[in-house]
Design a protein around this ligand. Structure first.
Ligand code: C5P
Length: 212
């Protein structure tokens, strides 16, 4: 299978040296890419700015902003069998990117505009035999909110977890994997490595089912 995996954060610049971002490390994306490669799949990773290590045999495409990530995903998606969107895409970007470093001011208002939702745009061009996996990071009502996201983004698999799982954590908190048929698997306590192994096998299973 051809796997396309996004990883890490995005950076949304307001001037040449300042940006809005988040502490995503790309760790889950890394374990997914490694596992998929070990299982004999062809793997490409679209990575935002994080220390995503080179993996021999895995193609890495470096991007910075959500708009850049969107354009690479849209270019690569039609020829992949599975897309896994682990990237913590910034939901907003500054309305204006200044060409010169902003001078210090006492206080000022920064206007943000929403970034497009990459999974939503992929849903429009998705073919029936493609598997799309999304993630949902929630502070409360994890399952309720995740169910909405699963439908809204037309996902085959959605991994819902809590904000405590974000960034550099070991990933030992609540994790639920949701499917469109209403099934929910409780993966709470799984390490990122274990979750990655589970997801790669799940994607292979979905791919087989879709091809029947
Ligand atoms: O809505 P929320 O940000 O929780 O959605 C998370 C999922 O959607 C993740 O899989 C993330 O990669 C993806 N996403 C996206 N485009 C955005 C924001 C998030 O594809 N602009």
């Amino acid at each position: 299978m051809k796997f396309l995996i996004t990883a890490g954060p995005t950076r949304e610049y307001l001037d040449p040296v300042r940006f809005i971002s988040n502490p995503a490390t790309g760790t889950l994306g890394y374990f997914l890419a490694k596992k998929a490669m070990e299982r004999g799949h062809s793997v490409s990773v679209i990575s935002g700015p994080c220390n995503f290590p080179e993996i021999k045999g895995v193609k890495k495409i470096q991007v910075e902003s959500a708009l850049e990530m969107k354009s690479v995903v849209e270019e690569k998606f039609p020829s992949c069998d599975a897309l896994i969107m682990t990237a913590a895409v910034s939901d907003w970007r500054p309305a204006k990117r200044y060409g010169k470093k902003l001078k210090i001011k006492k206080s000022w208002n920064l206007k943000l505009v929403p970034n497009p939702d990459i999974l939503k745009s992929v849903a429009k061009i998705k073919k029936v035999n493609q598997v799309v996996v999304g993630f949902a990071l929630e502070s409360a009502s994890i399952i309720e909110n995740a169910k909405k996201k699963l439908r809204w983004k037309k996902l085959d698999v959605l991994v819902a977890n809590t904000v405590e799982n974000f960034g550099d954590s070991s990933g030992n908190n609540e994790i639920f994997v949701l499917y469109p048929d209403g099934k929910i698997k409780d993966c709470s306590g799984y390490s990122k490595r274990k979750l990655a192994s589970f997801l790669v096998l799940e994607i292979e299973r979905h791919n087989k089912l879709k091809r029947k």
